[in-house]
Ligand binder design. Structure first.
Ligand code: SF4
Length: 711
């Protein structure tokens, strides 16, 4: 046999129902010195034979029981009539009915009592179906969609009558779904319960996946087991070479010839020592396989079915395995659980109320949804799915019902408590959801740990309602951990402060004149706007807000506006940044000078009349002064004798002062014979080394009339 890769299904082997039944049988045999079992306990001859050696004899019917003899009810269960007969014989009952099966009994009993007709999609004559039939007032068994279709055709009355449909626990999902589809089409008063056991569907799903990537697929299980037969059928759909064997003796290595990958799964009645024997036989044959591969395979077995620790000897033969007492082997495979213990299992199914977990023990594990997580608004199906591994705490073991209540949220809480302690030590930021508001602040759920955040640390402004934070995801830092009192105090504000500090540092490190930032307006004053450009506030002076003349920053901006700004200047020492908001490309002076020059005639709009003249808008943002002496070619008393605000007139540009951005205009210069204009009186001489004094009209602070030249 050449080197092969062996992949063992995690879900291979005993389901919890079977594991529980085998364990109970062993215990009963020990306690009573022998007992009877109604029908073979499980579909595995090796196990049944070994149990017989322990004193568990198999009987076919109640008539074969000896009065007073303890009797085991196997995981398939029995009908109520059988219980009555056993009772009449005075036989103590060891009831190993699988809790999943018992739930279906209770369901059909109740529905039947309500007058509903019971339909079971399953295998006629299967012990589970026969037992189930006893719990209702008659039931119809349909094996597949073809039978379902025929039955519906022959029973048109089903369109109206109340109908309850359930499935055999080991039924195939597709078969059930297709049958249900037909029933739903015809029956208007039907209710459907998908009672396929989660462990069965997970096992089939995983087997299908492994088979699809294996050259040979080995299915280990009893030939009389419907569950194993179905498993082999599912694998055959994906893999051409499927070997159905009951134990290692039946494995012919020649059948693996040429295979590079071999998948292994096992039915619910296959104990792990048989799986292990098969695995070992393959490894022994596969001499060229590295030890590590064997170890990996063994690890897989260990992981899956909790096989006990390996003996020191490197190779342990079938014979030595067989020499181990049956009880020992059983004990190895069956764990006893205790409250508070941490366990790992595989999710078998998810219902609207609980998550069923196969723990590899005799009990059926379940996590009530309330014990899954405290995170509000979590959809369990988004986080986990059947087949996933899960860890949880044992909350309660109910040996009578064969169930174990588990809690994932408590385990998470313990784990997360440690991470909270670490977070405090390292000042790390943690995340959580605000779940509660109280007098002094809010409570944040950080992965199951309740962290109190005082109002002053909430990051909200004083007097802001705390309800604003409810259900919100927040980042926080842990300030205080009181382990004995399980009290944790956190701060959302610390995170914002430290984030802002880090941002500020980055901003100061990279700031340069002209650099552009996208910022948020934090506040407005009469002289400008403060803008957060990343942990640091810069100021945009009112004169830098608009090219137009504005009086208040609020004419242009509002608090909260997101704006683009650029750095005009900054001082790292005083931590002051001066920002610009006006777009330089929109500079009206540039626009004006690129269009007009001295001597140009412009159509201007009179914007303001003063005693000394009129201001007129040449282009938006650039006004020029028409001195009173330049308004008309005659002497006028005041500008409003000729002009009015809003009026559009033509004027000649007589002077452009680029340095001070001032323009002089004249209407008079456009008249046919303009008289020479008197020189205006200089109100603010500016020394220019090259050109001598330049006369400037300050349009913001116009000259007083008495300073103006006489006409
Ligand atoms: Fe119980 Fe499911 Fe196992 Fe059947 S397959 S015995 S229902 S656990």
């Amino acid at each position: 046999m050449s080197q092969v890769e062996i992949e063992l299904a995690k879900t291979a082997g005993f389901c919890f129902g079977v594991r529980r039944a085998v364990k109970m049988a062993g215990e009963a045999a020990r306690q009573y010195g022998g007992c009877a079992c109604l029908g073979p306990l499980i579909h595995n001859n090796d196990v049944v034979r070994r149990l017989e050696e322990q004193g568990v004899r198999t009987v076919k019917s109640v008539s074969q029981l000896v009065p007073g003899e303890p009797v085991i009810i196997r995981s398939h269960g029995v009908g109520p009539e059988v219980y009555r007969q056993i009772q009449a014989l005075g036989c103590p009952v060891i009831d190993a009915t699988c809790p999943e099966v018992a739930r279906i009994h209770a369901l059909v009993e109740e529905k039947s009592r309500q007058g509903r007709a019971i339909v079971v999609i399953g295998q006629r004559g299967h012990p589970e179906i026969e037992a189930l039939a006893g719990w209702c007032d008659g039931c119809t068994v349909l094996e597949n969609p073809e039978e379902t279709e025929k039955w519906l055709r022959e029973h048109p009355e089903t369109a109206e009558i109340p109908l309850t449909v359930v499935s055999q626990t080991t039924g195939e999902q597709k078969n059930f779904e297709n049958s249900v589809k037909l029933i739903k089409k015809q029956c208007t008063n039907g209710e459907i319960f998908d009672t396929i056991c989660g462990t069965t569907s997970s096992r089939q799903r995983e087997a299908r996946e492994i088979a699809s990537r294996s050259d040979v697929m080995i299915v280990i299980g009893g030939r009389h087991s419907a569950n194993t037969a179905k498993l082999a059928q599912v694998c055959a759909g994906e893999c051409d070479r499927v070997l159905l064997i009951e134990n290692a003796r039946e494995l012919d290595p020649a059948e693996l010839a040429g295979a590079k990958t071999v998948g292994v799964t096992a039915g619910a009645s296959t104990p792990e020592w048989i799986i292990k024997e098969v695995n070992r036989k393959m490894c022994d044959e596969n001499k060229t396989v590295e030890t590590v591969e064997e170890n990996n395979a063994a690890e897989a077995v260990n992981e899956t079915v909790e096989t006990p620790a390996e003996p020191a000897a490197e190779t342990k033969t079938e014979a030595t395995e067989a020499e181990a007492s049956f009880e020992e082997l059983l004990e190895r495979s069956i764990k006893t659980l205790h409250t508070g213990e941490k366990v790992r299992g595989v999710i078998a199914s998810i219902t609207p109320t609980e998550i069923s977990v196969d723990l590899g023990t005799k009990q059926s594990g379940y996590i009530p949804l309330s014990e899954f997580t405290d995170e509000p608004g979590v959809n369990v199906a988004d986080i986990i799915k059947a087949g996933d591994e899960i860890e949880a705490y044992v909350m309660r073991v109910n040996d009578v019902e064969g169930t174990v209540m588990l809690s994932k949220k408590r385990l998470d809480s313990v784990k997360n408590w440690d991470s909270i302690v670490d977070a405090r030590a390292s000042h790390a930021v943690v995340e959580g959801t605000v779940v509660e508001e109280n007098k002094g602040g809010v409570v944040v759920n950080v992965k199951g740990v309740r962290v109190f955040v005082p109002a002053s640390q909430s990051g909200l402004p004083k007097d802001a309602p705390m309800t604003e934070l409810l259900k919100r995801k927040v980042k926080l830092m842990i300030r205080e951990v009181n382990q004995p009192r399980k009290r944790v105090v956190g701060s959302i504000r610390d995170v914002t402060v430290s984030e802002r500090r880090a941002k500020a540092e980055a901003t100061w490190n990279e700031i340069e004149v002209g650099k552009r930032y996208h910022g948020v307006v934090k506040s407005l004053t009469s002289y400008g706007a403060f803008v957060d450009i990343g942990g640091v506030d810069g100021m945009v002076h009112v004169s830098e807000l608009s090219w137009k003349r504005i009086h208040q920053p609020s004419e242009v901006l509002s608090v909260g506006d997101e704006i683009d700004v650029y750095v005009i200047s900054f001082d790292k020492e005083t931590k002051k940044i001066s920002l610009g908001y006006k777009d330089p490309n929109e500079n009206p002076w540039v626009k004006f000078t690129s269009t007009y020059s001295v001597g140009s005639v412009a159509s201007v709009r009179i914007v303001k009349l003063m005693t000394f003249g009129a201001f007129a808008e040449i282009v938006p943002g650039v006004d020029g002064l028409i001195h009173i002496s330049q308004i008309a070619d005659r002497r006028i008393g005041k500008p409003e004798d000729v002009l009015s605000e809003g009026q559009i007139v033509d004027a000649k540009i007589t002077n452009i002062d680029n340095e001070n951005k001032k323009v002089s205009l004249s209407i008079r210069a456009l008249s046919e014979h303009p008289a020479p204009a008197p020189e205006p009186k200089a109100v603010k001489p500016v020394e220019d080394e090259d050109d001598g004094p330049v006369v400037v009209y300050d349009t913001e602070n116009p000259p007083a009339p008495e300073d103006l030249p006489e006409e």
